[in-house]
Design a protein around this ligand. Structure first.
Ligand code: C5P
Length: 232
């Protein structure tokens, strides 16, 4: 089950990030996002990968197809999961996929559908058409058509994505909040157990572990919660 969790290693520098990793079991997936990447760069990503972790490089590329193609090429050999914004459009998605194949062991390429921090009110204020679920559905189909391996979506949307894109199409879900945990900026949330029950392939979990007074215990509690689901 540990390999189904990607820890969002959201720290300002590698010293703090590595201090946390020392407290947690190997086998956990590691998600490196903008905060740490902009400080420590690709060398740090490679170091984490060389240490044996599966790495999700969460840079959410969104630009014209050629720029995204070149960006994906720069990082494809350094990670196991990589993402781009689905709203970049079909040509950008296809360019990203093509670039991701340019390495011996291509990473799984994911499209970000609608950020889990967006709720119905924000959606309507930003000019979103229809419901968030409808947009997730359209964007997931676009990613599928472009040959991507899956999407990043809310746990609540996993059944919808699987129904239209197939069981093998990966769903990677942030917005995970164990019962009683503060939601913070996340809006479309579910507990770890709910996310697994809905069929999510990978869970991205940050602050419920990284900000816990005892991160190892917080992780253990999450694992215990989902253990009896029968899918692990
Ligand atoms: O701390 P928390 O559990 O909210 O962390 C979630 C992580 O997942 C953050 O690093 C955030 O950048 C990332 N993420 C997200 N929503 C997406 C894609 C990535 O929250 N759609």
């Amino acid at each position: 089950m540990l390999e189904r969790i990607y820890l969002a290693l959201d720290f300002p520098n590698k010293t703090q990030a590595e201090n946390l990793l020392k407290k947690l079991p190997q086998g956990l997936g590691i998600k490196i996002g903008l905060e740490l990447f902009l400080k420590e760069g690709l060398d740090f990503v490679k170091k984490i990968k060389a240490a044996g972790y599966n790495v999700f490089l969460d840079l959410k590329f969104h630009d014209i197809p050629n720029t995204v193609f070149q960006a994906v090429k720069q990082v494809a050999d350094s990670c196991d999961l990589l993402n781009v914004h689905a709203i970049g459009g079909i040509e950008m998605l296809k360019a990203a996929k093509e670039a991701s194949l340019n390495t011996v062991k291509p990473p799984k390429l994911l499209g970000v559908t609608v950020l889990t921090s967006i709720n119905a009110k924000t959606w309507s204020l930003m000019g979103g058409q229809g419901t968030i679920a409808e947009a997730v559905e359209k964007r997931a189909l676009l990613c599928h058509e472009a040959g991507l391996d899956g999407v990043v979506a809310s746990p609540l949307e996993v059944p919808l994505v699987k129904a239209i894109c197939g069981e093998k199409f990966l769903t990677v879900v942030p917005g995970i909040r164990p019962k009683g945990e503060v939601q913070g900026d996340q809006k479309r949330v579910a507990t770890p157990k709910e996310a697994i029950a809905k069929g999510a392939d990978y869970l991205v979990i940050g602050r419920p572990i990284t900000r816990a007074s005892d991160p190892a215990r917080a992780l253990e509690a999450i694992l215990r919660e989902i253990k009896d689901d029968g899918r692990n």
